[in-house]
Design a protein around this ligand. Structure first.
Ligand code: ATP
Ligand code: MG
Length: 155
């Protein structure tokens, strides 16, 4: 692999607060992003560009695919193995037939055709998570919402 993974110290709370502000500003504050932290260590060492890429994409999706004024809940937990972040929205959800394909490049579910996008974000997220030796899971209910869970080892 040609990509160099940086292991830079990141202050977790600052990192997510900054990301939240950035995403809120670029979406004209249409949604409320709620961050909760349950941390053992304020600082982790990981690649900030990859981490930013993952959560910019997940937050942007959560906002884009849910109605204005909705909440997006981001929960940041840490245990002795690493960091677990869930991003949960109360949006349109993903049809059961589409769920298995959303990490494929260019794939967009049948219920989002009127919403802008190229279908690349989640394929990039998946690559970034893989580069960090992490895992990503998704659960979704059509008309109710979607939750992505990302686990990244930090030891
Ligand atoms: P891009 O990210 O390239 O601008 P996109 O957002 O449509 O376009 P992805 O981020 O790759 O594409 O997501 C792929 C598809 O997965 C989306 O088109 C949508 O169908 C579905 N999806 C992803 N996140 C959500 C979500 N939070 N709620 C509902 N559907 C989602
Ligand atoms: Mg996207």
């Amino acid at each position: 692999n040609k990509i160099q993974i940086a292991k830079t110290p990141i202050v977790i709370s600052e990192f997510f607060e900054t990301l939240k502000e950035e995403v809120a500003r670029s979406n004209n504050e249409t949604h409320t992003v709620n961050l909760t932290f349950d941390l053992l260590e304020p600082v982790i060492k990981t690649d900030p560009k990859l981490l930013r890429n993952i959560f910019i994409n997940l937050l942007t999706n959560a906002i884009k695919f849910s109605p204005e004024k909705e909440f997006v809940y981001v929960s940041i937990l840490q245990d002795d193995k690493g960091l677990n972040v869930t991003v949960k929205d109360g949006g349109i959800g993903i049809p059961p037939d589409d769920v298995k394909n959303v990490f494929e490049p260019f794939y967009r579910a049948t219920n989002v055709m009127v919403i802008k996008g190229t279908g690349l974000g989640l394929s990039i997220v998946k690559k970034a998570v893989d580069l960090l030796d992490g895992k990503i899971h998704m659960t979704s209910k059509i008309g109710e919402g979607t939750e992505f869970s990302v686990t990244i080892p930090t030891v």
